[in-house]
Design a protein around this ligand. Structure first.
Ligand code: SF4
Ligand code: SF4
Length: 241
């Protein structure tokens, strides 16, 4: 179990400009309506899925993590803030933000991976792969098909079909991801002492993506805990990138 520090500054961690860019990126993803009889089933893993290296709310990019921290700090009670901001399970079977009723408690700031789930149908995925084959590197097509064939949901209804073609292009060209990586490179909000520990552990000064619990360990743990444990946590992680 990690030990955590409070965030003392009342200011948001994410600057207003970055928040605007992030919201503009999210607005490109078509909305869907969920019509299954077990809401939230896609926000938790079966033991078999966990064994196959699946994780909830992953990949979570640095900018998305900071955005969710800001939302948690401004929308939840002190008690719940403490619970969410000290959550340190890297690979929980159930997303910590999943409500008992199967809803998402951080719906306005949920990460890209949650927004894109169930948007493209099986036909859209295969068609997009075919349409862009030859125009983008084969590796992109391969990764797009591998990822998106696993995130199809037969029970979603598309609410914004006019956004679909542009969205499919962003997905197959990894446009969303490149923009998220760029935002994280411009400002990841990490203090210098933790950056030194990160370099010692990984050889790199910043992470591109991790999970909610993983990022909490990096950003919110006490320096004493981080000095003693962060290196091992990062070495053992298969999701810290
Ligand atoms: S994405 Fe699919 S499985 Fe998940 S809540 Fe919506 S309808 Fe249900
Ligand atoms: S952040 Fe929300 S949508 Fe995403 S896995 Fe958690 S509960 Fe589900």
């Amino acid at each position: 179990m990690s030990e955590f520090v409070r965030i003392e500054s009342p200011d948001d961690l994410l600057g207003a400009d970055t928040k605007e860019r992030l919201d503009a990126l999210y607005a490109k993803v078509p909305d869907v309506t969920c019509a299954c009889d077990n809401l939230g089933q896609c926000c938790q893993l079966t033991p078999e899925e966990a064994a196959e290296d699946w994780a909830t709310m992953y990949p979570l990019y640095t900018t998305e993590y900071l955005n969710i921290v800001d939302h948690v700090r401004s929308h939840f009670s002190e008690e719940e803030q403490a619970r969410f901001l000290t959550f340190d399970e890297e690979r929980p079977l159930r997303c910590p933000f999943l409500s008992d009723e199967g809803g998402c408690r951080i719906h306005p700031v949920r990460p890209l991976v949650c927004r894109t789930y169930g948007v493209l149908s099986r036909e859209h995925v295969e068609e997009t792969g075919s349409v862009y084959r030859g125009d983008v590197p084969d590796l992109w097509i391969h990764q797009f098909l591998r990822n998106e064939r696993c995130t199809i949901c037969p029970d979603t209804e598309l609410d914004e079909p006019d956004k679909l073609d542009d969205h499919a292009k962003e997905m197959v060209t990894f446009g969303y991801e490149r923009e998220l990586i760029k935002m994280g490179e411009e400002n990841d909000g990490l203090d210098e002492e933790r950056r030194v520990l990160l370099v010692e552990a990984t050889g790199r000064g910043r992470l591109v993506r991790w999970t909610w619990g993983g990022f909490n360990r990096l950003y919110r743990s006490t320096l004493d805990w981080a000095r003693s444990n962060l290196k091992d946590a990062l070495k053992q992680s298969r999701l810290a990138e």
